[in-house]
Design a protein around this ligand. Structure first.
Ligand code: E4P
Length: 214
């Protein structure tokens, strides 16, 4: 499973990249707003840190505007993936951009039917937001599992990108059902590393090592 970091904070991206487990980055308008920086400046810096897919979201609501923004974003760097919301206009824009060789990540997906449409429109990635479904007492993970099955049934090349990850078990569960990618906040990447028995075990090894004649 590929690991993407879900942030526009270049400090976090640098730290995750240094861990050696990072395959790509996803951003969204809310994450960019938190940085206080110009979107284009943030993207230009991210592409120098990570050599992998970097999702950059359009903000237009009509298909022509999405296509225009998407083309401009794609010009910034070959690794930019245009992020487009799951709307009727979004499907039209996805079809057009994908048809001209620009990779698209369809975002704000909350059902398997929406995910199926993303694949039919030619999206490279479909992003079901599992945490936001869990937040409203709907199970998010079955959407991931359903889309892995559906894409497999028909040989769609679209990759299921588990998004809106809240905790390490989301990653484990997404991996078990075969998600191709998971995008997660830096905090979750850190949480994946830690286990109290690792800390206790290491302390004991180091304490015992002091008893070994040097
Ligand atoms: C996905 O690409 C989104 O940026 C993200 O995962 C949304 O997560 P949130 O529900 O934590 O905002």
């Amino acid at each position: 499973m590929k690991f993407f970091i879900d942030t526009a904070d270049v400090g976090e991206i640098r730290k995750a990249h240094a861990m050696g487990v990072l395959d790509g980055v996803t951003t969204n308008p809310s994450l960019v707003a938190k940085t206080g920086r110009r979107f284009v400046d943030v993207l230009k810096e991210i592409v120098t840190i990570v050599d992998g897919p970097i999702s950059a979201e359009v903000t237009a609501l009509d298909a022509a505007g999405m296509i225009d923004q998407g083309r401009n974003l794609a010009k910034i760097h070959e690794n930019i993936v245009v992020k487009i919301p799951m709307t009727l206009a979004g499907l039209e824009a996805t079809k057009a951009l994908s048809g001209s060789g620009i990779k698209v990540n369809m975002t704000l997906i909350f059902s398997a039917s929406q995910g199926l449409l993303a694949a039919k429109a030619g999206a490279t990635y479909a992003s079901p937001f599992i945490g936001r479904l869990d937040d409203i007492s709907n199970e998010g993970m079955p959407v991931i599992a359903d889309l892995v099955t559906i894409y497999g049934n028909y040989g769609y090349p679209t990759q299921v990108l588990a998004a809106s990850i809240r905790h390490p078990m989301h990653i484990v569960q997404a991996a078990k059902v075969g998600a191709h990618v998971a995008t997660m906040p830096f905090k979750v990447i850190e949480q994946l590393v830690h286990h109290p028995l690792t800390d206790v075990g290491l302390d004991k090894f180091l304490a015992d090592w002091k008893k070994v004649p040097q």
